[in-house]
Design a protein around this ligand. Structure first.
Ligand code: GTP
Ligand code: SPV
Ligand code: MN
Length: 590
C-alpha cells in the first residue's frame, strides 16, 4: 500500500473534504498534534514501539508468541455498551423500538460539549479506511478521527487503512465521518452516537472494540444497514465461509450468530478426522455485506481485514486454526499472563496464570484470570484457513444462510426454513443467551433477530420488510437454516460436541440445498432424523442425538406466544407476511 516516500503528497492535500473536516475537529478538540495514518508497516511498528515505551503495551514471550503484545484496558471499559448506544434520526420511528434514540441536534450538542478541548496534550490521528476490498464496487469508505493509538493499531489490522483508502475517498467524494475520543474513560461520560442520515458517528469515553473501532459495528453494521436499505442490499452480523466437499465442490454459507456465539470458530472450523477430504475456506468472521447479483444469487463480501475475536475457549482441541493464528503478530486485550510472559486464558489446557487481566497477582477468588470478553486482534491472513477469495471484488455466491443462537433448551440442533419468507421469520425469531461481549447480565435469553439487535441502524419492522424485498429479487435464493450448538442436558453439560463437529450439520444443509439429504416435516420447519446426519466417527449418546433432533410442541407453542408478543411491539411496521408466517406456524403446532 505504501508509495516511495519521495513521491508522496502530503495526505491532507489528497482530499479537501476530509482536510476541512479534520480542521473543524482540530479546532474543537485542541490536540497537541495531528497525525495522518499512511498505513505502512514502519508506521505501525513505530506506534507499537511508542506504546511499549509508554508501558501501555507489554511485549509477550518472543519465542512462543513472536510479534504479540498485551494491552490492558481500563477495568470499566471491557465490552460494548448497548445502553449508551444511540441511533439519532430525525424521526424516532425510523430508529424503531429496537434502538435507543436521541434527537440529532440534541445529541450533537451533547457530544460537542464532551469533545470540546478533549484532545489537549494528545495526538489526533486521522485514519482513512476502506471497508471491503479496495477494488470492489461493494466497498465503502470512512475516516475515523481518534486520540487513541491503541485504536489506531486495531484499525490498521481490522480495516484497509491509510493512503490508498484516502485516494479512493478523494475519487468517490463520499465517506462516513467517525469522531472518537477516549475522553476520561468515565462510564458516566460515555456515548456512542450514530447519525445515519448524515453518515456520521460520534463516540466518546470508551476505547473498547465495538465502541471505538468505528469501522466495525458503528459503520459496517449500523450506518451500513441504513445505507443498504436505501440501496437494495444487506449489511449483516454474519461470518462467511466456504466448504469444499471431498468431490472438490465449494459452497459458501453466511451465518448470523449473536456476539460470542461461535462465528469466528465456525468461520475457521477444523474438519473432524472422520470427515476426510473436506476443506474450509474462511472469508469473514463477523460482518457480511450481501448483494443480489445479476445471476439472481446473493453475493457476499467481508468488509473487514482482520479478526477481533473472543480469546477464552480457544485451544488446539477446540480450534487449532484459531490457536495457531493468534501465536504471532497478535494484539491481545485483557488476557492473563504466565510467569514467562505468555498470554493465558480460561480454556487453555497448559500453563498457569500469575497475573490476572488487570495485572494483579492472580487470585481465583476474584474471578477468572482472563476477562471473559478478552479479545485478540489479528490480520485475517494469519488464519491457516484464510482464502484469497476474501479479496475478490465480486465477493462469493451464498448457497445457505444460517441463523443460530445460544439456547440451553427449546431450539433443536438444526432445522430448515420452508422458503425465504419463512426464513425471514426464522431469523426474526432468533433468541439467545446474553454473553460478556456487552455490558450487562450474562446468560439471560433475549430476542436477537438476525443477531442484529445491537447493530441494526433502523426500525426492525422496516428491516424485516427489506429482507423480504431483497429475497423477492433473488431467482436463486439461498436456503435458510437455524442451528443451536448450545443445548444442554439436565446437568448443564453441552449435548452437542460443537466446534469441528458442526461440519456434520453444515454438510447436511448443503445436501439439502442440493436436494440430496433427507428431512422430516415439523411445525417449525424441516428437521433431520439422526440417520440423515453423517455420524461416522462421532462420539455422542444416541439419546442425546435424538433429543437434539426433536422438538417439544408445548415448549414451541409457548415460544410462539412470546414471539407474537415481541413482534406485536413493531405495530404497523411489522410486515403482514411475517404475521402470516407466524400464524401458519401456530396453526401447524395446533
Ligand atoms: P463476536 O466476535 O462477539 O461476534 O463472537 P463470535 O460469534 O465470533 O464468537 P466466537 O466464535 O468467538 O465464540 C465465542 C465463544 O463460544 C468462545 O468461547 C468459543 O470457544 C465458544 N464456542 C464457539 N463455537 C462453539 C461450539 O460449537 N460449541 C460450544 N460449546 N462453544 C463454542
Ligand atoms: C461483538 O460484540 O459482536 C463483537 C465484538 O464482534 S465488538 O467489535 O466489540 O462488537
Ligand atoms: Mn460480532
Amino acid at each position: 500500500m505504501a508509495a516511495p516516500a519521495h513521491k508522496m503528497t502530503a495526505m491532507p492535500e489528497l482530499s479537501r473534504a476530509v482536510a476541512d473536516w479534520v480542521e473543524t475537529v482540530r479546532e474543537l478538540t485542541q490536540p497537541r498534534s495531528v497525525h495522518w495514518i499512511e498505513g505502512n508497516d514502519a508506521e505501525a511498528r513505530e506506534l507499537t514501539a511508542q506504546l511499549v515505551r509508554a508501558r501501555e503495551l507489554t511485549v509477550l514471550n518472543a519465542q512462543e508468541f513472536p510479534g504479540c503484545h498485551l494491552y490492558r484496558s481500563s477495568p470499566n471499559d471491557v465490552a460494548r455498551v448497548e445502553h449508551l448506544t444511540y441511533i439519532c434520526t430525525r424521526s424516532q420511528e425510523d430508529a424503531g423500538p429496537n434502538n435507543h434514540w436521541m434527537d440529532p441536534q440534541q445529541a450533537h450538542a451533547r457530544m460537542r460539549e464532551l469533545f470540546r478541548g478533549c484532545m489537549r496534550e494528545r495526538t489526533l490521528y486521522v485514519i482513512p479506511y476502506c471497508m471491503g476490498p479496495l477494488e470492489s464496487p461493494m466497498s465503502r469508505r470512512g475516516v475515523e478521527i481518534t486520540d487513541s493509538p491503541y485504536v489506531v493499531l486495531n484499525m490498521l489490522i481490522m480495516t484497509r487503512a491509510g493512503r490508498a483508502a484516502l485516494e479512493l475517498i478523494a475519487r468517490d467524494g463520499r465517506f462516513v465521518k467517525g469522531l472518537h475520543s477516549i475522553g476520561e474513560l468515565d462510564p458516566e461520560r460515555r456515548f456512542i452516537m450514530h447519525y445515519p442520515e448524515e453518515l456520521a458517528i460520534e463516540s466518546y469515553g470508551s476505547g473498547y472494540g465495538g465502541n471505538a473501532l468505528l469501522g466495525k459495528k458503528c459503520h459496517a453494521l449500523r450506518i451500513a444497514s441504513w445505507q443498504a436499505r436505501t440501496e437494495g442490499w444487506l449489511a449483516e452480523h454474519m461470518l462467511i465461509v466456504g466448504l469444499q466437499n471431498p468431490e472438490g465442490e465449494t459452497h459458501y454459507i453466511a451465518c448470523a450468530f449473536p456476539s460470542a456465539c461461535g462465528k469466528t470458530n465456525l468461520a475457521m472450523l477444523v474438519p473432524p478426522e472422520s470427515m476426510p477430504g473436506w476443506r474450509v475456506l474462511t472469508i469473514g468472521e463477523d460482518i457480511a455485506w450481501l448483494h443480489p447479483g445479476p445471476d439472481g444469487r446473493l453475493w457476499a463480501i467481508n468488509p473487514e481485514a482482520g479478526c477481533f475475536g473472543v480469546v477464552p475457549g480457544t485451544n488446539p482441541q477446540t480450534n487449532r486454526n484459531a490457536y495457531e493464528m493468534i501465536r504471532r503478530d497478535t494484539l491481545f486485550t485483557n488476557v492473563a499472563l504466565t510467569a514467562d510472559n505468555q498470554p493465558w486464558w480460561e480454556g487453555l489446557t497448559s500453563g498457569k496464570p500469575v497475573l490476572d487481566w488487570q495485572g494483579r497477582p492472580y487470585d481465583p477468588a476474584r474471578g477468572p484470570a482472563a476477562h471473559p470478553n478478552s479479545r485478540f486482534t489479528v490480520a485475517a491472513r494469519g488464519n491457516p484457513s484464510y482464502s484469497s477469495r476474501m479479496e475478490d471484488p465480486a465477493g462469493v455466491p451464498i448457497t445457505a444462510i444460517v441463523f443460530g443462537g445460544r439456547r440451553r433448551e427449546v431450539a433443536p440442533l438444526v432445522y430448515e426454513a420452508r422458503d425465504w419468507r419463512h426464513g425471514v421469520l426464522v431469523g426474526a425469531s432468533l433468541a439467545s443467551e446474553t454473553t460478556a461481549a456487552a455490558v450487562g447480565q450474562v446468560g439471560v435469553v433475549r430476542r436477537d433477530p438476525m443477531a442484529m439487535q445491537p447493530f441494526c441502524g433502523y426500525n426492525f419492522g422496516d428491516y424485516w420488510q427489506h429482507w423480504l424485498e431483497v429475497g423477492a429479487r433473488l431467482t436463486r435464493p439461498p436456503g435458510v437454516f437455524h442451528v443451536n450448538w448450545f443445548r444442554r442436558d439436565s446437568e448443564g453439560k453441552f449435548l452437542w460436541p460443537g466446534y469441528g463437529e458442526n461440519l456434520r450439520v453444515l454438510a447436511w444443509m448443503l445436501d439439502r440445498c442440493a436436494g440430496k439429504a433427507g428431512a422430516t416435516e415439523s411445525p417449525i420447519g424441516r428437521l433431520p432424523l439422526p440417520a440423515d446426519l453423517n455420524t461416522r466417527g462421532l462420539s455422542i449418546r444416541p439419546e442425546a442425538l435424538a433429543a437434539l433432533c426433536s422438538i417439544d410442541a408445548d415448549v414451541w407453542r409457548r415460544e410462539c406466544a412470546q414471539l407474537r408478543e415481541y413482534l406485536g411491539g413493531y405495530g404497523s411496521h411489522l410486515p403482514a407476511a411475517l404475521r402470516a408466517e407466524l400464524e401458519a406456524t401456530e396453526r401447524r403446532l395446533g
